[in-house]
Design a protein around this ligand. Structure first.
Ligand code: ZN
Length: 528
């Protein structure tokens, strides 16, 4: 409950037992609603405790991921415990925006537990900083997310170190902070209820976004529930199971990255991918694919492998030039047999790998990577980072973008200000690794390869949540403002009118950064 709320003040120093209500009394000051007059009352402690229980609630504060796609970070406070969901980094023009370097708006040591929805950097990138700042609780995530998060954080410590050096700041954290982080991780499978903080338990469900991705439903000891979706997948995926609906939360916070856009159907986007590669190969230059190491790269390898196997593309050398993506692909191979959708699990049992083919070269070392340049003729280079912030793609872009026979294939979300966004918007030159590079390449933007649900899938997610009858409020977050507004408006216009006909009042809310909302079984209230 909120001590600053207008309902109750407590003076806890008095009281003597004198009847069956219990052994202790408290003086309480009550302020009736719509009144400024306080009323003093002497109540048995048991009655006060019952009052407390009646006032129990969860409180949700968005400290990231409000009006922004990146930097997911939510504080949930129950009657007794405090839990964070996600501790991501804000990404834009730089791999870590200036905000990432600032202090957390809460005491890191006061947090009981951290729950991670999935291993993307914008959901995990500041965990080592939280640990460095004093967090000592457990960090919960699914087993595949643990493997992926360890790879991503080991990789990001290097990239963030370079980023900090460029801007003349101390690094956000160091390798020892990452090692301390790993010691706090505890894995939790989907569909297991687990108490993670005093009075707060969590329950994870698959969101079909990337391997191991989860939504988290939190339950306070009074039974109030709040669910946060993390990122919702672009289902159906050829690899992952479809997202699971959430119908049992009093309030739901859902993502909205593609809240105002539609993806083409899977068959259409595979056909277009094949055509784009075909034309790029005919053009004869180098084909660059800045790839997100997680999920997108594995999807690209899976589809390329299918094209080559079916004889739909001429066999040309393909390089996976990203140590991170190579290691992540190994994690996909490790967990695929148990975490993929049944059809993909079957396929994995039949074939040794879904992501390998005879003329694919994985270049782990710098020496192997450097040799790619010596290979003349058409070739495909898949390299990170996905938004062209650093990584090996920057080197290949600097080399090949000035050549008009090059094709650059953009297959994912590009944050405003990122080099990838500038290229997608047709900028004639782009700043890469500190220097301006002329871009004469043929740029192809492939829609639909995002690992995020599109606007219709998000609306369907909201519809299923509201069909459960329990959900009184949907918070729309984790999107750019236009996407958040569009999705919230659609939920309001399409899904809520049925409620008013039944006399039910439910709300759709776009929470502001730093705003605190109280969630009870009856509804939600803004406390800010
Ligand atoms: Zn994500």
């Amino acid at each position: 409950m909120n001590r600053d709320d207008d309902d109750l003040w407590l003076n806890t120093n008095n009281g003597k037992p004198d009847n069956e209500w219990g052994t202790d009394y408290r003086f309480v000051f009550l302020r009736p609603r719509n009144s400024h007059q306080l009323v003093k009352a002497k109540l048995p402690l048991r009655a006060v405790s019952l009052w407390y229980i009646a006032c129990m609630a969860l409180r949700l504060t968005s400290y990231g991921g409000a009006g922004k796609v990146t930097g997911s970070n939510f504080l949930i406070e129950g009657t007794k415990g405090r839990v964070l969901v996600d501790c991501g980094i804000e990404q834009g023009a730089d791999v870590a925006e200036a905000e990432a370097y600032g202090p957390f708006p809460y005491e890191a040591a006061s947090i009981d537990a951290l729950v991670i929805t999935h291993a993307h950097l914008d959901h995990i990138g500041r965990i080592p900083k939280l640990v460095k700042d004093g967090f000592r609780g457990k960090i919960y995530m699914t087993p595949p997310t643990k493997d992926l998060a360890e790879l991503i954080l080991n990789d990001s410590v290097t990239i963030l170190g370079q980023d900090a050096a460029r801007r003349g700041e101390n690094p956000l954290y160091e390798s020892k902070d990452v090692a301390h982080t790993f010691a706090l991780i505890e894995t939790l499978e989907y569909h297991v209820e687990k108490e993670v903080a005093p009075g707060i338990s969590i329950y994870l469900r698959n969101t079909g976004h990337i391997l191991g991705s989860a939504s988290v439903r939190m339950t306070d000891e009074d039974g109030t529930t709040l669910a946060l979706t993390g990122d919702i997948g672009n289902s159906p995926s050829p690899l992952l199971p479809n997202w699971e609906p959430i119908t049992d939360a009093d309030a739901l916070l859902m993502e909205s990255v593609y809240g105002n856009r539609l993806h083409p159907a899977h068959t259409e986007r595979v056909a277009r991918l094949r055509d784009v590669f075909k034309h790029a190969i005919e053009r004869g230059g180098t084909i660059l694919v800045p790839a997100f190491s997680l999920e997108r790269t594995q999807l690209m390898l899976y589809e390329l492998s299918n094209f080559f196997e079916a004889g739909e593309l001429p066999r040309i050398p393909v390089y996976l030039d990203s140590p991170l993506a190579i290691h992540v692909t190994a994690v996909y191979e490790k967990w695929g047999p148990t975490y993929f959708k049944p059809e993909a699990e079957e396929e994995m049992k039949r074939e040794t790998s879904l992501f390998d083919f005879p003329f694919l070269t994985k270049t782990l070392s710098h020496e192997e990577s450097a040799k790619i340049e010596e290979v003349k003729g058409t070739k495909i280079i898949i390299a990170g980072a996905g938004m062209s912030h650093g990584g090996r793609i920057g080197r290949w872009e600097a080399e090949y973008l000035p050549d008009a026979s090059t094709t650059l294939i953009i297959v994912g979300y590009q944050a405003p200000g990122s080099p990838g966004r500038r290229m997608a918007e047709g900028a004639p030159s782009v700043r890469l690794n500190g220097r301006d590079v002329i871009n004469k390449a043929h740029v192809e933007i492939l829609e639909g390869w995002s690992a995020h649900a599109d606007r219709d899938q998000l609306l369907s997610f909201a519809e299923k949540a509201l069909a459960g009858k329990r959900t009184k409020a949907i918070f729309v977050g984790l999107g750019e403002p236009a996407a958040e507004r569009f999705l919230a408006q659609r939920i309001h216009d399409y899904l809520l009118p049925q409620d008013s006909r039944r006399g039910v009042r439910r709300r759709v809310i776009i929470p502001a950064l730093g705003e605190t909302w109280e969630i009870t079984k009856e509804g939600v209230k803004n406390l800010s």
